[in-house]
Ligand binder design. Structure first.
Ligand code: MG
Length: 262
């Protein structure tokens, strides 16, 4: 998930705390792999959500998205996954909608283990993607990896933002600005924000123990996004296709470590 605004102060995590976050992250990675295996035409997004929730709970974790407060206090997020299709960028609500061949499907998952969070997302194509769509998906993933590679002690938040933005630039992809990456720990969304574009401000210096969710969101068209009438789903304003990748990482003396890995 991607915040509009962070909610907590910055905290640097100890090695023991990072290992707890890695347990949450592993469950999130397992969920994404499980859902990828189930992703085929005819399957409903609600079915994917139910198998994700079952896996998270069986692992002794809590689905962090379920009940998460949004812009409408009467409508907390109802699912354990965000499933965003085609021109939907993030925060799509699972339900009775069936997946169809030729769709771009972004899946975002979150879990809590002993109070520590993991948050990650992947974008899949159902069937054989057109070259342009393949490039959108591959570039968004590569942008996330470039952002992670820039997450080394001594760098600043702006170095991550620049690495992500630079991955999109040669292709002319839209870079979503309204939603950003974030710190993560005992809350899903902590300081600092991690924009996917240069802000012109260096931002916080990166230090060992800082844990971040790095999550580029790119489109084949306009960078502008809006929230649909369900108060959650974020969609491109021009109907262009969107992709989203996210991993939670820990910055260590030796460099970035991905926590949301199997
Ligand atoms: Mg997130």
């Amino acid at each position: 998930m991607a915040p509009r605004a962070p909610t907590e102060v910055v905290t640097r995590k100890s090695r023991a705390e990072i290992e707890r976050m890695r347990r949450a992250g592993r469950i999130v990675a397992e969920v994404l792999a499980l859902v990828e295996g189930e992703l085929k035409p005819g399957v409903t997004t609600g079915h994917l959500d139910r198998i994700a929730e079952a896996h998270i709970r069986k692992a002794g974790a809590i689905p962090s998205f379920k009940g998460y407060p949004g812009i409408n206090p009467r409508r907390p997020f109802p699912g354990s996954l965000c499933i965003s299709i085609d021109d939907e960028i993030v925060h799509g609500i699972p339900g009775e909608r069936a997946i169809r061949d030729g769709q771009v499907v972004s899946i975002d998952a979150g879990a809590i283990v002993e109070g520590w969070h993991g948050d990650a997302a992947r974008t899949f194509y159902v069937g054989q993607p057109p070259a342009e769509v393949r490039q959108l998906i591959d570039t968004t993933r590569a942008a996330m990896m470039a952002g992670i590679a820039a997450a080394v002690p001594g760098n600043h938040i702006e170095d991550i933002s620049a690495a992500v933005e630079d991955a999109a630039k040669p292709h002319g992809f839209g870079v979503i600005r309204q939603f950003v990456g974030h710190g993560i720990g005992t809350s899903m969304h902590e300081e600092p924000q991690v924009p996917n574009y240069r802000t012109g401000r260096r931002g916080r210096k990166l230090e060992p123990g800082l844990c971040l969710a790095i999550e580029p969101m790119f489109t084949l068209g306009d960078y502008r996004a809006h929230v649909l009438a369900d108060d959650w789903t974020v969609s491109t304003v021009d109907g262009s296709l969107a992709a989203h990748f996210e991993d939670s990482i820990a910055i260590t003396e030796g460099g970035p470590e991905i926590l949301t890995a199997v």
